[in-house]
Design a protein. Structure first.
Length: 114
């Protein structure tokens, strides 16, 4: 997990993929839960589909948040651009670690159609 977080801290999103059976492993873990082989971190392009979204008006947490599917994994992140709709294409524009030590993901709408 520390390797994964190290990449995210640098703004570089990667996922673990099993070296043996090629299964994508999410949440991140160094060993495959299917075949128990070691996994390696692979860079992915960050293009995905917005599955769901909601608006937050809470103090200090204002914005649009959504669930995005990228290559079979699902992430919760901030969504920028609009108008928004379920099924629209988005791209990860930023990732990192926030002040409380948790990863964050930012996405924006793309012009690609689904």
């Amino acid at each position: 997990m520390q390797d994964f977080l190290g990449y995210v801290k640098k703004g570089d999103f990667r996922i673990y993929v099993c070296a043996s059976c090629k299964k994508k492993i999410w949440p991140p873990f160094k060993y495959c839960p299917k075949c128990l082989s070691e996994a390696r971190l692979l860079k992915i392009d960050g293009n995905g589909v917005l599955l769901e979204f909601t608006f937050s008006h809470l103090k200090n947490i204002v914005g649009v948040f959504g669930i995005v599917e990228i290559r079979g994994i699902r992430l919760v992140g901030s969504i920028f651009g609009g108008p928004l709709r379920q099924g629209m294409r988005v791209k990860m524009i930023k990732c990192g670690i926030n002040s409380n030590g948790s990863p964050f993901y930012h996405f924006e709408k793309t012009n690609n159609k689904t």
